[in-house]
Design a protein around this ligand. Sequence first.
Ligand SMILES: CC(=O)N[C@H]1[C@@H](OP(=O)(O)OP(=O)(O)OC[C@H]2O[C@@H](n3ccc(=O)[nH]c3=O)[C@H](O)[C@@H]2O)O[C@H](CO)[C@@H](O)[C@@H]1O
Ligand SMILES: C=C(OP(=O)(O)O)C(=O)O
Length: 423
Amino acid sequence: MDVIRIRGGKQLQGKIRVSGAKNAALPILCATLLSDGESILRNVPALKDIETTGELLRVLGRNVMVDPPLVRVAGGPEANPEAPYELVKQMRASVLVLGPLVARYGRAKVSLPGGCQIGSRPVDQHLKGLEALGATIRLANGYINAECKRLKGAEVVFDMPTVTGTENIMMAAALAKGRSTLVNCAREPEVEELGRVLNKMGARVDGAGTDVIHIEGRDELDPFDHAIISDRIETGTYMVAAAAAGGDVLLENAPLEDLEAVVAKLRATGVEVGREGDCVRIRRDPDRPLRAVDVVTAPHPGFPTDMQAQFMVLMCLARGTSRIVETIFENRFMHVPELRRMGAEIDTDGHTAHVHGGRPLSGAKVMATDLRASASLVIAGLLATEGETEVLRVYHLDRGYEYMERKLATLGADTVRIKGQPG
Ligand SMILES: CC(=O)N[C@H]1[C@@H](OP(=O)(O)OP(=O)(O)OC[C@H]2O[C@@H](n3ccc(=O)[nH]c3=O)[C@H](O)[C@@H]2O)O[C@H](CO)[C@@H](O)[C@@H]1O
Ligand SMILES: C=C(OP(=O)(O)O)C(=O)O
């Protein structure tokens, strides 16, 4: 297993380019199942989750060429509509093949994704939505079995805004007969992006990115050629890294408009965030102390849960106590014990963490536990003023960050990957 070693205490300077968005690319890859012919995805990041999805699409009978930033997926009317446990367990987002498979092939057998490190992560809303469109759902032996000759447009009211739930039902409704109305939808930019792709495929999707989406289904959909939007969570992660290490960083292709809640919190702590040409510029004078601010995670456009761990590290630097409340996932504080090992003073009580900032962090060996927690540990390593940090189990990081140690090194950080270490 690879390890990332960080020698902290260096300010960050320079420019890096933000990659394509993982959480936009994954549903769009699954949307290729909705048509025959060859679809082309551009600006796809080189990530483990993209490889896993490519492998899954191959198992389902597609021809897949993954050569980031380009991915090609081709297929015809035949498929093997079974997504096995071995692949689904590697990546929860695999459940996004469920809607397309049942809509296109009338049948799907998809392993239940189960929980993961950050929470139980149920899929009841996905199943409820498919049932509303006319599918029969049976759970047996750890698999979801879904069947329906032809889905029919319907109204689906989600109990809560769910990102992949909304995406699964949008894809299913795009091939259903008639009109669907989805209510209480997730409003994340990645949902809006999927709407754009379904429209390119010939469906009529209206309102993606708002809480009510109307979809006029079609008998057949066309393949597409599409460049994926930039990754807002990668952007936010590098913003926090620049703020934590101090310095002056330009991020090319950064989707600032999708990050308002994060930018507002960064500014409230005293970090400068602004536009400079087609880049976003983040500046912080490391001699000026940061202010402690409180954060409550919420569905978009609220503060993203996927930025909570990284922001918590920044609050370790701030003067005073910051209160961080995680409202989306029940176990998303796994980075806290690791940060404590580096000298952070953080108490947790259920869904709330209190970060008592201002204590220096020191380097340590720490364990990556999930994707965003891994990024937070790398950032903690950047600001540790003494000793070196080794982040173990970086396969979590590789699921969602393209060449993170290289991008940080471009900015002057002392970050290297050491291959094949005992994990
Ligand atoms: C691949 C992808 O895009 N992943 C993102 C997606 O995950 P994901 O789509 O899995 O997360 P959801 O938006 O579905 O989860 C939101 C909340 O709804 C609950 N829920 C969800 C579905 C359901 O059927 N029943 C139910 O109770 C969940 O437990 C959670 O509390 O959105 C999350 C929340 O923004 C992000 O952290 C993930 O990075
Ligand atoms: C939690 C994440 O991904 P997933 O939903 O695939 O677990 C994430 O992107 O932060």
